[in-house]
Design a binder for this molecule. Structure first.
Ligand code: ZN
Length: 329
């Protein structure tokens, strides 16, 4: 019996050895574990570039094999410090999606700042700032999910102002948590590496569902302008912030990105891909230390069986219908 081809995209965040409060608990994987995992992946899969991956799933004929692509979200500094070397030594291609305003740590990333507050012991104070902005009592333990489900750029801006005004001085934060993101020099150096591709992940990493249409479009187009100026003059691939379809983004994000001619769109709610998976909704499996507790080999062997949850199948069906209504005659 012939083996059914598999199409897996893994999603990583940071692979940092520095214990940064901003990164703690947000999917960081130690460089050692990342190295072991890559070796195990290489043994089981044909690791292809993300562009090649999109060609393979959309090609008319199915090529036999187990294909896997490696992606990183947010453009973390550790991609340059650790991950790129490991991947290079194994000749594995990868793609890194940038929060373009955060390149060189120019803008602060709100989710990291929140996380820093929580890990630095200011969780209650942050919950008080959130409660004041939203005018409802929000418990400390519910705060992260609450701000994600009720995201508003204006409120978020005011919460950041409150954090920097009352909880931690910006200078102090920047000093403690320097080099969270890739610098412009890193980008210049890495983009010449034929194994590395960059893509866009919006300007500021908002929850897209909480944005109005214009704001939403600006997040994608601004990030695209950065890509064209700093990476290459072509249509980038786009990874949706947070990436849970219908919970963090809806069809408006997909329409907007397609109108702006991104070349492919990536989600982050898990599941392997199927042959013919639409390029506006490629599934990725987020990897964190918790998934690797039983060993990297076990995780890698289980990958081909990781099906997408029923909730997301429904959401995908609705998205597909909405795209057809909008773009097909
Ligand atoms: Zn992200």
């Amino acid at each position: 019996m012939k083996e059914v081809p598999s199409y897996v995209v893994l999603l990583f965040h940071s692979t940092d050895a520095r214990d940064r409060l901003s990164l703690r608990g947000l999917g960081n994987i130690s460089p050692e574990t990342f190295g072991e995992l890559c070796v195990a992946i290489k043994q089981e899969f044909d690791v292809v570039s993300l562009r090649r991956f999109t060609e393979l799933i959309s090609a008319r004929e199915a090529k036999q094999g187990r294909f896997l692509a490696v992606t990183f979200d947010d453009g973390p500094k550790s991609f340059a410090l650790n991950a790129a070397h490991v991947l290079e030594s194994l000749r594995m291609p990868s793609a890194c999606f940038l929060i373009t305003d955060c390149v060189g740590d120019k803008a602060l990333y709100w989710r990291y700042l929140y996380n820093y507050c929580i890990n630095a012991g200011f969780g209650r104070d942050l919950a008080a700032l959130v409660s004041a902005q939203y005018n409802v009592p929000v418990k400390e333990q519910d705060m992260v999910s609450f701000t994600r489900s009720n995201f508003s750029s204006d409120k978020n801006r005011r919460i950041i102002k409150g954090i920097l005004g009352h909880l931690i001085a910006e200078e102090k934060y920047r000093e403690n948590e320097c080099e969270l993101f890739l610098s412009s020099d890193d980008l210049r150096r890495l983009k010449d590496n034929p194994l590395i591709t960059f893509g866009i992940h919006t300007c500021t990493h908002p929850v897209m569902k909480g944005l109005g249409n214009e704001e939403l479009r600006n997040e994608i187009s601004g990030s695209m302008d950065f890509y064209r100026e700093n990476i290459e003059n072509a249509s980038p691939m786009f990874s949706v912030p947070f990436g849970r379809l219908s919970r963090d983004y809806d069809e408006r994000t997909v329409f907007s990105a397609l109108d702006l001619s991104v070349s492919a769109i990536f989600s982050a709610y898990g599941g392997i891909n199927e042959k013919g998976q639409p390029l506006y909704n490629i599934r990725r499996i987020p990897v964190h230390e918790g998934l690797l507790e039983q060993g990297v080999d076990k995780f890698v062997r289980a990958l081909c069986k990781m099906e997408v949850g029923p909730e997301y199948r429904e959401a995908e069906k609705r998205l597909c219908e909405a795209v057809e209504r909008r773009f097909l005659p």
